[in-house]
Design a protein around this ligand. Structure first.
Ligand code: SF4
Ligand code: SF4
Length: 312
């Protein structure tokens, strides 16, 4: 009977594959993928390389048989795994292997072409939100905040995460795969061209979504004018320059914007779940991006505090 090497009894060497458990093998293999990707200066995500190798029957056989392999077989198995990994990274399949990395890194921005999916109810309105012109956004590629030069409509992310709302991280599947937006259909981690080409395709805005609802479009315009991100930036800039003395200006602007959206929301019977699509993200919601937090006292008064100095 072959010896099982998952739990070595004597003289274990942490660097020698013969003594690795299956979990350790997978851990070392993922480290290996990282280092090959670095060496090759490849931009494909490690998860994608992992998924491509996992599909290979040789990989599946190595993992299945690993607990019962003898030391020589394990060494040969590890060498095979190195070969499979190098080959997968050097010869990336020109196809999406549905590793889910795109869906975990962010939700899609919609294009005019996606409007039909919305109108047919394939993607519910309540899962969308608007990023307004001038809005500060975080890019996954750089530290500093970007200011949007144009409005964008996005599918929302899960709370406190960058993961797309429609990504099921248990089944690792898209819940609206057959009706996913244009950006998702163009995802190609092995080739940046489709994504670059897509930026030339017109983006969806509230003008197309609410086409024909003139009163609403007028009020959206009014909200954008009176509660522009330029004003919010200016108020935070003055707060910094005056070392906090102009805090009232910021608080008033936050209250005004809150009032504007909730008043119009009630007047026009806009369901709360659609408010982030109609008026975008509220100023109050955006405060943390400027390094502050709003604390509401028991009497309803609001106070602005730097995030790191939040009272206990
Ligand atoms: S395109 Fe995105 S989801 Fe598809 S394999 Fe590449 S990283 Fe994964
Ligand atoms: S809509 Fe589907 S494919 Fe697109 S990012 Fe979300 S989960 Fe992924």
């Amino acid at each position: 009977m072959k010896q099982t090497h998952d739990t070595p009894q004597s003289d274990p060497s942490p660097v020698y594959p013969a003594y690795w458990s299956t979990d350790e093998l997978v851990e070392k293999w993922i480290d290996l993928l990282h280092s090959i990707l670095n060496e090759e200066k490849s931009c494909i995500p490690v998860k994608r390389a992992q998924r491509q190798v996992e599909r290979e029957s040789l990989y599946q056989e190595i993992i299945l048989r690993w607990p019962n392999m003898d030391p020589d077989e394990r060494l040969a198995g590890w060498k095979n795994l190195i070969g499979l990994s190098e080959s997968a990274i050097r010869n990336v399949l020109p196809a999406c292997v549905a590793c889910g990395e795109c869906c975990r890194q962010g939700s899609p921005t919609l294009h005019v072409e996606d409007l039909e999916l919305l109108q047919e109810g394939k993607i519910p309105w309540k899962e969308l939100y608007t990023l307004r012109k001038g809005e500060p956004v975080r890019s996954p590629f750089q530290e500093e905040l970007l200011l949007l030069s144009e409005e964008r409509i996005k599918i929302r992310e899960k709370s406190g995460s960058t993961e797309c709302f429609f990504y099921n991280n248990v089944s690792e599947r898209c819940m609206i795969y057959a009706h996913r937006p244009l950006q998702c259909r163009a995802q190609a981690c092995w080739d940046p061209k489709p994504a670059t080409e897509l930026t030339k395709t017109p983006y969806l805005t509230r003008t197309e979504i609410f086409n024909g609802v003139d009163l609403l479009l007028h009020l959206i315009e009014e909200h954008d004018r009176r509660c522009s991100f330029e004003r919010l930036h200016g108020a935070f800039e003055r707060l910094r320059e005056t070392r906090g003395n102009s805090v009232e200006e910021v608080l008033q602007l936050l209250s005004y914007e809150d009032h504007f959206r909730s008043f119009l929301g009630k007047q026009l019977n806009i369901p709360e779940e659609n408010e982030r699509l109609v008026f975008g993200r509220s100023f109050s919601e955006m405060v943390p991006i400027f390094g502050f937090k709003v604390i509401v006292g028991t009497d309803g008064t609001r106070c602005l505090v730097p995030e790191q100095n939040e009272p206990e």
